[in-house]
Design a protein around this ligand. Structure first.
Ligand SMILES: [Zn+2]
Length: 112
């Protein structure tokens, strides 16, 4: 097992874990706040939650992926508002789906 990332942002860690799992990389979050009640556990302030991969041979691939995902999550939303191809509604760039009719952005597949 090998550590990929430590972060107090457990939502981010869970998101990354799920993303790795989707790509066939087994990972888990250690020191999650709600799992730390056992005797002798350090508090989250001392030991922030960490993302680990189960198989060390996945480490490099996982690390590259996590780097990309974290950058994508933290990057300011770029791009132009787009027009829904189905109903013509104007949609802000951070949304990949039309709020009016539910149609997805034409490029939504590439954005993932
Ligand atoms: Zn629409």
């Amino acid at each position: 097992m090998k550590r990929i990332l430590a972060s107090t942002d457990t939502v981010l860690l869970e998101y990354l874990r799920a993303s790795l799992r989707d790509r066939g990389i087994a990972a888990f979050v250690r020191n999650a706040v709600n799992a730390g009640s056992a005797a002798g556990e350090l508090s989250p302030a001392v030991a922030p939650p960490e993302l680990w991969v189960v198989d060390e041979s996945d480490h490099d691939a996982a690390e590259r992926l996590v780097e990309r995902l974290v950058a994508a999550v933290r990057a300011p939303v770029a791009g132009e508002p787009w027009q829904c191809p189905r109903c013509g509604e104007r949609i802000e760039p951070q949304f990949s789906q039309c709020w009016a009719c539910g149609a997805t952005h034409p490029d939504a597949e590439e954005r993932r």
